[in-house]
Design a protein around this ligand. Structure first.
Ligand SMILES: Cc1cc2nc3c(=O)[nH]c(=O)nc-3n(C[C@H](O)[C@H](O)[C@H](O)COP(=O)(O)OP(=O)(O)OC[C@H]3O[C@@H](n4cnc5c(N)ncnc54)[C@H](O)[C@@H]3O)c2cc1C
Length: 505
């Protein structure tokens, strides 16, 4: 290890989304602490799916100084206000998980508690979905950037992007190389470890070249070249709760609306995504190979998509879970090398981002401190565990029993951590509070209610205002939201003005 003040040589293994996000962030935000050297193999290639994101990505881009219109134009991105779930609670159901609050976000207790009180007392109120600005913008297919003034209704939503994953890594590569990151092309065939400490000392390429480093970031994808293969860190398999282990991807021409939201449509053996970009629509069917074969799923997806396919169907295999530790010795795993949770809530890029943020904050000084390493692992584990519970909720909270797949997930045992959360919600609509994390209250509320988990009681503080007054206020809010949203431009019109796709990019 170098002396304090000297730069660490960081070797990033892999040039997919995880690798180039890491390289760009280190080069931009720790220019005096490290030299960044990325190794990738074009012959191996990248996963290249991963089109839907969470609003947190905007903070990442801002920290890197990425201008939003240019980024969206180059990655042919559209806006995303949430995810529409169809047929999840029961066939025919539809709800949106919005990026934003229900109601105005003001009051002594959470808005949904007042709403629950009206429902419990039989006073007619509109569905909660109608009381969300994000849901209303999405359903009316509009878009405008949120207002900065927190008193305004059009400040109560956030947004993310739907973009072409194959254009994101090259965009970040140009940025990282511009900031001084070095790139080497080649296939790694050997990983050399110090016999005493177990630290990685160098990786060796097919042509014999050795690349030495102080810190190695494993962004090698599902193969998990360093942390999995070389260091042998065990994998925690979560497939008993998240049994989907394959996806078939099939992009097509867009024939219907370019919606400002992603759709997750429950199917017989899993679910399919629809993600509209500026130039095409991404589709994929996520399923469990224990219940159905690839051909059946490919046929079902081909029949379901809205337009002419523009590529051959592509099958991807995966396993839900994560490495027990993401940082072991001098190796930090980020991205698919660290773990995978299916794309139902578009969380992979978010998890990459959180790991990068933790690495920046805990970046080693003179030598790696076990305390920093343990703290990094604690943060990453927590993020994975919370996302895991949220995903399981979507499957478990269903009334569907129409196929063996749905019957299994409906009746399966769930982690205690999720069982407790569900019980708290069932009793009095309480959401387990986190100070931070991917999914805050509105997300859990949307999925619980959208999937027919209805609380039996509510927060006693919601009993204070007169119920008729509450109901009048709640129902009037719907009209106010609509009036605001109807003044917003059409989603496509906003894109055409703000970030039309760059043809040659
Ligand atoms: C079906 C599916 C749908 C998804 N949808 C979403 C989504 O909507 N939203 C989201 O956020 N995420 C999504 N993801 C996840 C997302 O695709 C990944 O998290 C993201 O692309 C990061 O991948 P990665 O960089 O870790 O790995 P990869 O893209 O696989 O990159 C691995 C890199 O390692 C290199 N490499 C591997 N072995 C070697 C070697 N021996 N020598 C040299 N280089 C090597 C490769 O060349 C490549 O550059 C989805 C994933 C799947 C499977």
């Amino acid at each position: 290890m170098p002396d304090a003040g000297e730069r660490l040589n960081v070797v990033v293994v892999g040039g997919g989304t995880a690798g180039w996000m890491t390289a760009a962030a280190l080069a931009k935000l720790l220019p005096t602490r490290c030299n960044v050297h990325l190794v990738e193999s074009e012959a191996i290639g990248i996963v290249g799916v991963g089109e839907a994101t969470l609003p947190h990505i905007r903070a990442f881009n801002e920290r890197l100084g990425i201008p939003e219109p240019e980024f969206m134009s180059r990655t042919r991105a559209t806006f995303k206000l949430g995810i529409e779930f169809r047929h999840w609670g029961a066939r025919g159901d539809s709800y949106i998980h919005p990026f934003g609050t229900f109601g105005t976000g003001q009051g002594e207790v959470d808005f949904h508690q007042y709403w629950l009180r009206c429902v419990h007392e039989g006073v007619p109120v509109l569905p909660l979905q109608e009381l969300s600005t994000a849901c209303t913008i999405a359903r009316l297919n509009r878009f405008a950037l949120p207002a900065a003034d927190p008193a305004r209704l059009d400040s109560t939503f956030a947004y993310a992007y739907q973009f072409d994953a194959n254009r994101f890594a090259p965009y970040l590569r140009a940025l990282a190389e511009g900031l001084g990151a070095k790139r080497t092309e080649g296939r790694i065939v050997d990983v050399h470890r110090n016999g005493e400490t177990g630290d990685i000392e160098w990786v060796q390429l097919e042509d014999g070249q050795r690349i030495e480093g102080d810190l190695f970031v494993d962004c090698s994808g599902f193969v998990s070249l360093l942390i999995g293969r070389a260091l042998g860190e065990p994998f925690q398999d979560w497939s008993k709760w998240l049994p989907c282990d394959r996806a078939v991807a099939l992009p097509c021409r867009t024939e219907t609306a370019v919606t400002p939201y992603t759709s997750a449509i429950a199917m017989d053996w899993g679910w399919r995504w629809r993600i509209p970009l500026q130039h095409r629509t991404g589709n994929g069917y996520v399923y469990s190979s224990a219940f159905v074969d690839d051909d059946t799923v490919t046929r079902a997806l081909t029949e379901a998509i809205e337009g002419e396919p523009i590529a051959q169907p592509r099958i991807l295999r995966f396993l839900a879970g994560r490495r027990e530790r993401s940082w072991v010795n001098n190796c930090v795993a980020i991205g698919l090398a660290a773990g995978f949770l299916e794309p139902l809530e578009s969380t992979s890029i978010y998890l990459i981002q959180q790991a990068i943020t933790a690495l920046l904050e805990l970046f080693p000084e003179r030598k790696i401190s076990p305390l920093d390493r343990d703290e990094f692992n604690r943060i990453v584990d927590l993020e994975y565990d919370r996302v895991r519970d949220f995903l399981i909720l979507h499957y478990h909270a269903t009334t569907r029993s129409d196929t063996p797949f749905w019957d299994y997930v409906r009746t399966m045992e769930i982690p205690d951590s999720l069982a407790e959360k569900m019980e708290l919600f069932r009793r009095r609509g309480r959401i387990v509070k986190y100070r931070e994390g991917a999914f805050l209250d509105a997300s859990w509320i949307a999925v619980y209610l959208g999937q027919r988990v209805m609380p039996q009681g509510h927060d006693p503080r919601a009993d204070v205002p007169p119920v008729d007054q509450l109901a009048r206020g709640i129902n009037a809010l719907h009209g106010e939201i609509r009036a605001v949203v109807e003044r917003m431009p059409d989603h496509v019109a906003h894109i055409a003005r703000y970030c039309p796709m760059a043809e040659a990019a």
